[in-house]
Design a protein around this ligand. Structure first.
Ligand SMILES: Cc1cc2nc3c(=O)[nH]c(=O)nc-3n(C[C@H](O)[C@H](O)[C@H](O)COP(=O)(O)O)c2cc1C
Length: 202
């Protein structure tokens, strides 16, 4: 039997999210950058590759993205958890988070905002569009960035490492593969995607 749950928490309880570290340029900060955490985020287009981030416009990072039109999106890892929780709790309006955490950065190739050295996959993004949702008093704006360059640590394989996720404010590890997409439903049809499965799907 299904039970109705609070609308406010429905998305957080029903979805597993991944808390990415978003680096922006910050002229005020000694380090020259600001870092926040965004888990309402995802791929929204393949060609060109676009990443969408839902950010409250009141966030300092939202202001910096709108001003500079550049940011990097940095894959979180369990090792970065303390930095993630810090950057997702305190605003860069008052603290230079990067300097406080002494997080090493490395220069991007195309944009001027750096990536985080400890992050195994980093996307360089140029702001394409800001979408303000039609709903009255909507909490977030949607910032769409085009991925103009992406780097990965040599030898790093996402599927071989524990992936950090969050659900309902709880940090989790996604550790186990259950099978490849498109392969599970086609296993009865000799791996052919458009063949109709011979057996009943269990
Ligand atoms: C796990 C986690 C996920 C978060 N996801 C989002 C998000 O998707 N969108 C958002 O606007 N804020 C999100 N936040 C909150 C911001 O990261 C936080 O308010 C941060 O302090 C903003 O920093 P800034 O003011 O320097 O930009 C998240 C925080 C945590 C801890």
């Amino acid at each position: 039997m299904k039970q109705e749950i609070s609308l406010k928490l429905a998305t957080m309880q029903g979805l597993v999210l991944c808390p990415y570290l978003v680096v922006t340029a910050d002229k005020q900060a000694g380090s020259g950058i600001n870092i926040c955490v965004v888990s309402y985020l995802g791929v929204v287009n393949e060609n060109p590759p676009l990443i969408g981030l839902s950010i409250r416009p009141s966030r300092y990072s939202a202001k910096l993205i709108a001003e500079t039109a550049e940011f990097t999106v940095n894959l979180p890892t369990p090792e970065l958890l303390a930095a993630i929780d810090y950057c997702g709790t305190y605003s860069g309006r008052k603290i230079d988070k990067a300097a406080r955490l002494q997080l090493d950065v490395f220069p991007s190739r195309i944009i001027s905002v750096p990536g985080l050295a400890k992050s195994p996959i980093v996307f360089e993004c140029r702001l394409q569009q800001i979408i303000k949702f039609a709903a009255k008093k909507s909490s977030h704006y949607f910032y769409i960035g085009q991925v103009v360059n992406a780097v990965r640590d040599m030898g790093y394989r996402l599927e071989k490492n524990n992936q950090l996720a969050t659900t309902n404010y709880d940090y989790r590890i996604v550790a186990q593969s259950l099978g490849k997409a498109h392969k599970i439903c086609t296993s009865n049809s000799g791996g052919k995607k458009h063949a109709i499965p011979r057996k009943k799907i269990s």
